[in-house]
Ligand binder design. Structure first.
Ligand SMILES: Cc1cc2nc3c(=O)[nH]c(=O)nc-3n(C[C@H](O)[C@H](O)[C@H](O)COP(=O)(O)OP(=O)(O)OC[C@H]3O[C@@H](n4cnc5c(N)ncnc54)[C@H](O)[C@@H]3O)c2cc1C
Length: 356
């Protein structure tokens, strides 16, 4: 038994609320400042019935049987293998880089056996890895860096790659075969009726109460729960006392088009042309047979809703200062509470593993 406040009705807030209601017999009040549940996973149907991901394409994948079976209590699944193409020199080539990307771009005839020789020959050997440019060029060489990564990364982060700290990018996967799936996890699917429905099902419990259009700031002094779980930005919770944690934001230009198909895959990246980074065509997700289509052009910028933490050493140190503030009445959860880019499955796993 106990009274709990959960801030945010995204996937983090929903999973912790369910656990509190079921495992602690708690009464849970969720305050959500938006007019809808679901947080960044929110989806809704277009006039034609196509499920649109309002905050960018969300593909569920996980290697965790525990996460999969937990979520499977709240949704059925639609089998889906995500594919991403990158538009370079007018060609749509598979991403991550695979054998077809290499041969398509170079007009070559490499095979699985010898394609790595190309990268071995072309990769650079900087004395010190100082920037994103060094990280990527040292793995795939200047040509592929320039054609596939440089401008895309610059659009994403709003800075030249040679000034971006190396910790922003990870290893660049190179597939020596023709596998063109974006993810290779054990489980990959979309909730059959969408993320919003799945999250509504998680929240559907007599002891969970959701208050939409309610900013925690407006109620925090009026409530005194046994414990608070906070999935908003940790720096905002502490009134930015050490300064603001920087984020990149994304926004979307949606277009409904009277054509059957706009592009050959759900997502096409545009590294070198246009101001947007990528276009998503939502119809590919569920293969819905309707005559029109809906696309979203995605733009990265500073100064909107926080989407991607910027994991430089300075920013992580600032986050650590916030995380170190002693506070036994609040637990920070979710991507904003941890100032980390977590995928949905990572969020669910962390919350399922948490002691409550
Ligand atoms: C463009 C983009 C694409 C992504 N694609 C994928 C993908 O393909 N696959 C994948 O697994 N993950 C993806 N993710 C990550 C995924 O969105 C997150 O893992 C997940 O949404 C995090 O859930 P959360 O509950 O922690 O945060 P959120 O979804 O952000 O939920 C937090 C909620 O708290 C509310 N809130 C914040 N402050 C307050 C306050 N003061 N008062 C009241 N309410 C408040 C917010 O309105 C929000 O609803 C993507 C993320 C982005 C940005």
């Amino acid at each position: 038994m106990g009274n709990y406040v959960v801030v945010g009705a995204g996937i983090a807030g929903a999973v912790i609320a369910r656990r509190l209601a079921e495992e602690k017999n708690g009464r849970v009040w969720i305050v959500e400042k938006r007019s809808h549940i679901g947080g960044y996973c929110y989806d809704e149907r277009s006039e034609d019935g196509i499920l649109i991901h309002r905050y960018g394409p969300h593909i569920f994948r996980t290697d965790s049987a525990k996460v999969w079976s937990f979520l499977s209590c709240f949704t059925q699944w639609h089998d889906y293998q995500h594919k991403v193409l990158t538009n370079v020199n007018g060609m749509n080539l598979p991403m991550p880089i695979n054998l077809d990307t290499v041969n398509g771009y170079l007009g070559s005839h490499y095979t699985s056996e010898n394609v790595m020789e190309y990268f071995e020959r072309r990769r650079t050997h900087p004395e010190q890895i100082r920037s994103v440019k060094d990280v990527v060029e040292s793995q795939i060489g200047p040509e592929f860096y320039h054609a596939f990564f440089e401008k895309y990364t610059e659009k994403q982060w709003g800075m030249p790659c040679d000034a971006l700290p190396p910790e922003i990018v990870a290893r660049i996967p190179i597939r020596t075969n023709r596998d063109d799936r974006y993810f290779t996890h054990r489980y990959q699917a979309l909730p059959k009726d969408g993320y919003t429905r799945m999250i509504a099902n998680i929240l559907s419990h007599p002891d969970i109460h959701v208050l939409l259009n309610t900013d925690y700031e407006a109620v925090r002094r009026a409530v005194s729960p046994d414990h608070t779980y906070y999935s908003g930005p940790i720096d905002e919770y502490y009134d930015y006392r050490y300064g603001k944690l920087p984020y990149r934001s994304v926004s979307f230009q949606f277009e409904t088009l009277p054509i059957n198909r706009y592009q050959p895959a759900a997502v096409v990246n545009y590294p070198n042309n246009y101001d947007y980074t990528r276009i998503t065509e939502f119809k590919h997700f569920y293969g819905r047979m309707v005559s029109g289509t809906v696309i979203a052009k995605e733009f990265s910028h500073a100064g909107g809703d926080p989407a991607y933490p910027i994991p430089t050493k300075e920013n992580l140190a600032l986050y650590e200062k916030y995380a170190a503030i002693p506070n036994s009445s609040v637990t920070f959860i979710g991507r904003l509470g941890a100032y980390s880019y977590y995928s949905m499955d990572q969020i669910v796993e962390k919350i399922l593993d948490m002691e409550i």
